[in-house]
Ligand binder design. Structure first.
Ligand code: URA
Length: 283
């Protein structure tokens, strides 16, 4: 009898995966992770004779038992707090960019590390007067272990050249230091885990100007929730408790956005000239 279920062609299936952001294989055999999760839940319920902790529940907890999923989520939140705590301790102990890199190489708290090929930390000069912070490494950055070396990076090089700078005169980094799979945006939690290292990096380099590139970097560093098109062209003050004095910061449109909307290059040109002028004022 013919199979009544229509099956997608292999090409349609590959297209579906690519659209969903799956652009790399990480194993030879497929793994059904739903089955593993179901088995874990089944094992948990089978062995759920009340232990000392369950018996010690207050009457309120007994009336409103915390569902399994909520318990798992609150354990995850607690766990991510302790990861951030650990990241802060490691970052605070670093006295140089090399120390920070070594700390990140030994750090195991960011889920992005499981799928990334390389750590992508900084490029440029540790003594730079400008620190530029993008969003997240892409495929080429992941391959080379360097930030902004793909198509967006080529545009960054041109943007810097337009004001007489090259990438060796600035320090370039991102809000997260490993490539998110399929180039998805980094999550708030992934950014929070990398932030202590990023903040310490800025403290150590102590640049004259900070340039968050794109919306996520502006939100992470400046706490601004407005869209990047509203933030660009404005100056903010960036400070941490360990910095001797605040530094001026100005968000720039992300080059990936410029590649899609070249008409915005005019605004970027204006912003770059403002950066050049601020650099001269702080000479
Ligand atoms: N986009 C980013 O935000 N950072 C990179 O390193 C590359 C592309």
């Amino acid at each position: 009898m013919p199979d009544p279920t229509p099956r997608p062609s292999p090409k349609a299936l590959m297209t579906w995966y690519l659209d969903a952001g799956v652009d790399e294989t990480i194993g030879d055999e497929p793994v059904n992770r739903y089955a593993a999760a179901d088995a874990a839940v089944a094992a948990d319920s089978a062995g759920s004779t009340p232990g000392a902790a369950d018996q010690a529940q207050t009457p309120l907890q007994q009336q409103n038992p915390v569902p399994q999923v909520a318990r798992q989520q609150s354990a995850a939140v607690g766990q991510s707090d302790s990861i951030v705590h650990n990241a802060c301790a490691l970052a605070e102990a670093a006295e140089s960019v090399a120390d920070l890199r070594a700390a990140l190489e030994g750090f195991e708290g960011c889920a992005l590390q499981k799928t990334a090929t390389n750590l992508v930390f900084t490029d440029g000069s540790d003594q730079a007067r400008i620190v530029m912070v993008g969003e997240a490494p892409g495929a080429e950055e992941d391959r080379q272990g360097l930030p902004f070396v793909g198509p967006s990076g080529k545009l960054v090089d041109q943007m810097l050249a337009s004001i007489g700078l090259d990438r060796d005169q600035v320090l370039i980094t991102n809000t997260v230091f490993w490539r998110p799979p399929g180039n998805r945006s980094p999550t708030t939690q992934e950014i929070a885990i990398c932030l202590p290292f990023l903040e310490r990096l800025i403290e150590i380099v102590d640049p004259a100007i900070l340039v968050p590139v794109g919306g996520p970097a502006s939100t992470a560093l400046l706490g601004q929730s407005k869209g990047i098109t509203k933030l660009r062209g404005n100056w903010f003050s960036y400070a941490t408790p360990r910095m001797a004095s605040p530094i001026p910061a100005t968000p720039l449109l992300h080059p990936a956005y410029l590649l899609r909307s070249p008409a915005q290059k005019r605004d970027v040109w204006k912003d770059l000239l403002a950066i050049r002028q601020k650099l001269e004022e702080h000479a």
